[in-house]
Ligand binder design. Structure first.
Ligand SMILES: Cc1cc2nc3c(=O)[nH]c(=O)nc-3n(C[C@H](O)[C@H](O)[C@H](O)COP(=O)(O)O)c2cc1C
Length: 174
C-alpha cells in the first residue's frame, strides 16, 4: 500500500505518532510519506494517489487545530475537481486533557473525514494520543497503542470491500 500521513505537530508528539505508524507500515512493505500539513500540498494527493491518507491534529485552545481541518477541506476540493478520492482514511488526535474531555472532538474530526469526501471509506475508530503537559511527552503506552492501531488500520484497508475502495488495494496472496 501507499500511504500519506500529515500532521500539524508543534512539539513533535504528533510527529512521533506518525513515525510509529510509518515504522509499522514500512516494515510490512508499504510506501509511506510523513509530512507536516504545511509541507504537503493537498494537490499532491492526485499525483501521489495513495491508498490511505492519515490526518493527525492537535487540540489547542479547546479546538482541533485549524491547519489540519483546512488541509482536509483543501484536499477534498483538489480531489473533487479531478473526480477522484483516496480509497481509505483515518485520523488521530493529540491532546493534553483526559480522553473523556476531548472524545467528542476526536469523533468530530473523524466524522469530518467522512463528510469532506477526501476518502471513499474511513476507518471506524480514531487514535487518541494524550500528552503529559503542554509540550509532551506522550503518555506512557501511547506509541504501543499507535503501533497496534496502525496494524489494525492496515488489516482493515486490505480487507475493506466498500465499493470503490477495495479496487485500489492490491489483492492479498493467500
Ligand atoms: C496554546 C495551546 C493550547 C492548548 N490547549 C489545549 C486544550 O484546550 N485541550 C487540550 O487537550 N490540550 C491543549 N493543548 C495541548 C496540546 O494538545 C498539545 O500541545 C499537543 O497535542 C502536542 O502535540 P504536538 O507536539 O504534536 O503539537 C494546548 C497546547 C497549546 C500550545
Amino acid at each position: 500500500m501507499k500511504t500519506v500521513i500529515v500532521h500539524d505537530s508543534r512539539y513533535g508528539n504528533g510527529a512521533r505518532v506518525a513515525d510509529a505508524f510509518r515504522d509499522v507500515w514500512e516494515e510490512a512493505g508499504d510506501e509511506v510519506v510523513v509530512a507536516h500539513v504545511s509541507q504537503y500540498d493537498p494537490a499532491r494527493l492526485v499525483g501521489d494517489a495513495p491508498d490511505l491518507v492519515v490526518v493527525g491534529a492537535a487540540v489547542r485552545m479547546f479546538s482541533v487545530s485549524r491547519a489540519s481541518k483546512r488541509w482536509m477541506s483543501r484536499a477534498a476540493r483538489e480531489l473533487r475537481v479531478r473526480g477522484t478520492r483516496v480509497p481509505h482514511a483515518t485520523t488521530f488526535l493529540t491532546h493534553g486533557l483526559d480522553l473523556d474531555r476531548i472524545v467528542a472532538k476526536g469523533d468530530r474530526l473523524r466524522r469530518r473525514m467522512c463528510t469532506c469526501c477526501v476518502a471513499t471509506s474511513v476507518y471506524p475508530d480514531w487514535l487518541s494520543a494524550k500528552v503529559t503537559g503542554t509540550q509532551g511527552p506522550l503518555a506512557d503506552g501511547t506509541l504501543d497503542r499507535a503501533r497496534r492501531f496502525a496494524g489494525a488500520v492496515r488489516e482493515w484497508a486490505l480487507s475493506d470491500d466498500t465499493p470503490g475502495a477495495a479496487s485500489a488495494v492490491p489483492t492479498r496472496r493467500m
